[in-house]
Design a protein around this ligand. Sequence first.
Ligand SMILES: Nc1nc2c(ncn2[C@@H]2O[C@H](COP(=O)(O)OP(=O)(O)OP(=O)(O)O)[C@@H](O)[C@H]2O)c(=O)[nH]1
Length: 486
Amino acid sequence: MLTSDALRRKVLNGFKNSTLLRSGVLALMWLMVWQLGRLVEYTDHASVWFPAAGLTYAALLIMGFSAVLPLMLAGTLITVWTGQYYELGMSLEQLLLAGGLFSVAHIAPYYLGASLVSWLARSNRLSLPQLIITFLVSTALVSLAATFLVLGVLIVTSMMPESALSSTWLPFWIGDMAGVIVLAPLFAALLALVHAKPNFRLDGYLGMRQYRPSREYKFKLLTVVTMIVASMLLADYSQAPESAFAIFFLAVPHMWIACSESAFFNTLSLAISSFLIALLVHVLGLMEYVMVYQFAINVVAANALFGVAVPALTADVRKLRRKVDTDSLTRTASREHMLLKAESEIHRSQTFDLPLSLVVFDIDHFKLINDQHGHSVGDDALKAVSDVARQCLRPSDMIGRFGGDEFVLLLPRTIEEDAEHIADRIRMGLEELKLNGLRISSSFGVAQLQRGDNFSGLFQRADRALYQAKKAGRNRVMSAMTDEAS
Ligand SMILES: Nc1nc2c(ncn2[C@@H]2O[C@H](COP(=O)(O)OP(=O)(O)OP(=O)(O)O)[C@@H](O)[C@H]2O)c(=O)[nH]1
C-alpha cells in the first residue's frame, strides 16, 4: 500500500513527466483563475485585479513556449463561454475567431515580458534588485500593450463598443498589471513545483522553496488583514475619498514580511491581501475609490517584491563581514576586527575597573622556515601555531593575526601573571609540535592594561616585551612589568 508521502511523490512525478497532463491542468487552472477575477469585476471588462494575467505570465516564465497552446485553448474557451453567457448574439465560428484573436493579443505581450526576464536571469547579467526592477518596469509596459491589443480585439469583434475604450483602458491596464505583479511570482513558484525542467529558476537565492514560515508569520498576516479591513471600513463609513488612501499604510507590514520571511511567504501574503482588497471593494461597494485600491495593490506589491532583495542583500553583507573579520589562512580574527574588539574590551575594563592583558607573539626565525622548506610549509606552520594557541584560550579570549607571523591575544579579566602562564602554556605546546619533522618555537611579550591606557600604549608595551624576549635568546615569555623593572 502507498503511504500518503509516496502517493504525493507519485502524483508529482506524474505531473513532472507528462506534458499533456501539465498542459491540461494549466488550461483548467487558467479557467478557474479567470472566474476568480470575474468575482471582483466591477464593470464590464475591468476587475480590481485580473489574476489570469498573473497565471499567463507565470506559465510562460516557467514553461516557456510550451505554455502557449494550453493558454490559447483556455482563452478561446473563455471567449466562447462569455459570448454565450452574455448572449452577445455571435455564432460559434465568430466566437472561436474572437477567442483566438483574444488569446494572441493577451499572450503575445506577456510572452515577450517573461522571455526578457527569464533571459536576463539565466544570463546572470543583473543583480537581484536590478532583475526585480526590470520585472516591474517590463510588466507595466507589456500589460499596457496587452490592454490595448485585447481591447482592440474586443472592439473589432464587436464584443465591446468603441466608445467604452476611453473609460476602460486605465482600470483594465492597472488590473492586469496588479494580476501579474501580485500573483505571477506565487503562480511561478507553484508551477515550478510540478515542472521537471523549469525554464526559469530563482528559488536558489530567493528562498522560493522555503515553505516553512517563521513562528511570528501568523501575527504578521493578522496585522495585514486587520489593516485592510480597518482602512476599508473607514472608507466605507466616512465616504470621504481621502480616507481610501489609508490603504497605503499596508506597505509597512508587507515590507516587514518581505524582509523577514522567505520569498514564497512574501508572495503568498501579497496574493492574500490583494484578494481581500478586491473582495472588500466588491462587498462594501467601494467602486468609487476602486482606482485607489488598484494602485495600492500595485504599489504595495512592487514595494514588497523589491523587499525580497533585502534578505539576500543582508546575507551578502553578513558573508562579507565574516570575510573581513577573519584571517583567511588561520581563521583567527583579522587585524581590523581585533582592533575593534580590543577597543571595546579596553573601554569595558576601564569602566568596571577590571584587569585585561595583551600578548603579542611571533614564530622564531620564521623567515628561515619559509626559505628552507617553502612558503606552503610556512603557511602550514602558521595554521598549526594558531590551532595550538586557540586550544589554550577561554571562550572569552580572542586571538588575531596582525600580519606575517605575528599574533595577538586579547585576554579580558586577566592579570599579567596569569597572561604569562597562558603564554608559557602556548610556548610549551608549540615546542611539542612536529610539523613534518620541523620544530617550531615562538617568543612572547605580555602587558597588562594600566589606568588611562589605550590600545596603542598597551600594544607598544607588549611588543617591547616581545623584542626583549627575542633579544634574550627567543623561545621565551617576557612581560612588560619585568621589562620595566630591569
Ligand atoms: N608562509 C608565509 N609566510 C609569510 C606570510 N606572511 C609573511 N610571511 C613571511 O614571514 C616572515 C617574517 O619574518 P620576520 O618576522 O621578519 O622574521 P623572523 O624570521 O620570524 O625572525 P624573528 O621574528 O626575529 O625570529 C617573512 O619572511 C615573510 O615573508 C604568510 O602568510 N605565509
